[in-house]
Design a protein around this ligand. Structure first.
Ligand SMILES: [Cu+2]
Length: 354
C-alpha cells in the first residue's frame, strides 16, 4: 500500500502554477440518452493529462494530450449500501474476508523466506491508526496497521461496524473486489485517463477537481486530513457532502482513493507522450512499481481523508497513487463507469462484422 507514503509527497511546496480555467462543458450536451441510475454522462473530449507545475511528481510528467470517448460515471463512489446490495445478491466474499492461503503467500516471497507467523494467517486488512509524538513520515508502518477482522463490514476492525454509514464510501475492498462489483453492475472501472478527464470537470489544466483555488480549511472543498499528520483519528464521511465538480461528480478529491482499471508504471506518461493525442489509453500491459519490490500495483486516484497540504497532496487532480490489487485499506474505495449504448442507426459494428 503505497498511498500517502513519502513517494506520494509533493516535490516542493512552492506556488501552484497558473492555469487558465475554462468553463466546464455541459455534461448533457451530447448525452446519448438518459443516464443509468446514479450516473452522469461524461461527454468525452481531448484534454491535457498530468501536470508539470511545481507540485508535480516525476510520474505526473510529461503533460500530454489524451482523447477519451464519452461514458457514464457514477456520481458518488460506491457506498456501503450499494456494496451490501451486491453481497446480498451474489454472496460475494471480499479478499479481506478470506483466510490467507500459506502457499499463495510463499509464492509471493523470495525463495527460502521463512513462513509468516501462524497468527497472521487470519483474514484482515489495513487500517489507519493515528500515531502521536514525533513520527518519521517516511515510515508508513507508524500509521498503517494490519488488523485481523478488518473488512468492508468492519472497516476499522472487529469492533467497528457500519451503523450510520450506509451512505459512506465502501472501503477495505481490494481491486478484484471492485472489479467483481463492476461486473455485477454491468460496468467496469474507469481507466486512469477517463478518471482524470472526469475529475477535471471540463477545466483544462486546473490544479484541483474544483479549479485552481487552494484547499480552504474554513470552507473545505473536499474531505482531507486536518492538522498535524498522523496525530489524530480520521475516517471517511458520507458521499456527496462537498460541492460537485463541473460534471456533477462528487468526491473526485479527498474522502477515499478510487481504484482505476490501469496498472501502474512511473513512466506511463513518458511512454505515450509521442502519441498526439493518445486515444482512450488503457495503461501499460504490465505493472511496474519501483516502490514494491517487483509486486505490480494498480493506479488509485483522487486522494483520501488522509491527504493534506502538510503531508501528501494526493487530492490534486493529477496526483497518482498505487495499491496492491489484492489488498484493501480503510482509505480506498471506487466508482464505476459504463459505456454509451450503441446509437440507433450506428452501423459501424455490423459493417465490420460483414
Ligand atoms: Cu495522501
Amino acid at each position: 500500500m503505497a498511498s500517502c507514503t513519502p513517494a506520494d509527497r509533493d516535490a516542493t511546496r512552492s506556488g501552484v502554477p497558473d492555469a487558465e480555467a475554462t468553463p466546464p462543458a455541459s455534461p448533457r450536451a451530447d448525452a446519448p440518452g438518459p443516464a443509468p441510475d446514479g450516473m452522469v454522462w461524461i461527454p468525452g473530449g481531448t484534454f491535457t493529462m498530468g501536470d508539470d507545475g511545481a507540485l508535480a511528481l516525476p510520474h505526473e510528467r510529461p503533460v500530454h494530450r489524451v482523447r477519451v470517448r464519452g461514458f457514464y460515471m457514477q456520481v458518488h463512489t460506491v457506498t456501503n449500501a450499494d456494496f451490501a446490495a451486491f453481497v446480498d445478491a451474489t454472496r460475494y466474499v471480499t479478499v479481506a474476508e478470506r483466510v490467507p492461503v500459506l502457499a499463495e503467500i510463499m509464492r509471493g516471497l523470495p525463495p527460502g523466506s521463512p513462513p509468516p507467523p501462524a497468527e497472521s494467517l487470519v483474514p484482515g486488512s489495513l487500517v489507519f491508526t493515528p500515531a502521536s509524538g514525533t513520527v518519521d513520515l517516511r515510515d508508513v508502518s507508524r500509521w498503517w496497521r494490519w488488523v485481523p477482522g478488518a473488512n468492508w463490514r468492519h472497516p476499522s476492525g472487529p469492533k467497528s461496524d457500519l451503523t450510520g454509514k450506509a451512505r459512506h464510501p465502501v472501503v477495505q475492498v481490494a481491486w478484484e473486489d471492485a472489479m467483481a462489483y463492476a461486473r455485477w453492475k454491468g460496468g467496469r472501472l474507469p481507466t486512469e485517463a477517463e478518471w482524470e478527464f472526469a475529475a477535471r470537470g471540463g477545466r483544462e489544466r486546473a490544479a484541483h477537481a474544483w479549479g485552481d483555488a487552494p484547499h480552504d480549511a474554513a470552507h473545505p472543498q473536499a474531505h482531507i486530513y486536518a492538522g498535524a499528520f498522523p496525530a489524530h483519528p480520521a475516517e471517511p464521511v458520507a458521499v456527496g457532502r462537498y460541492a460537485a465538480n463541473g460534471y456533477g461528480l462528487y468526491d473526485m478529491a479527498g474522502n477515499v482513493w478510487q481504484w482505476t482499471a490501469d496498472w501502474y508504471r512511473p513512466d506511463t506518461y513518458a511512454r505515450r507522450a509521442a502519441q498526439r493525442p493518445a486515444i482512450d489509453p488503457t495503461g501499460p500491459e504490465r505493472g511496474l512499481d519501483p516502490r514494491t519490490e517487483g509486486e505490480p500495483t494498480r493506479v488509485i486516484r483522487g486522494g483520501s481523508f488522509l491527504c493534506s497540504d502538510v503531508y501528501c497532496r494526493g487530492y490534486r487532480v493529477s496526483a497518482r497513487g498505487t495499491g496492491a490489487p489484492d489488498t484493501g485499506a480503510s482509505h480506498i474505495g471506487f466508482r464505476i463507469v459504463m459505456p454509451a449504448p450503441p446509437r440507433v442507426g450506428d452501423a459501424t459494428s455490423s459493417t465490420t462484422a460483414r
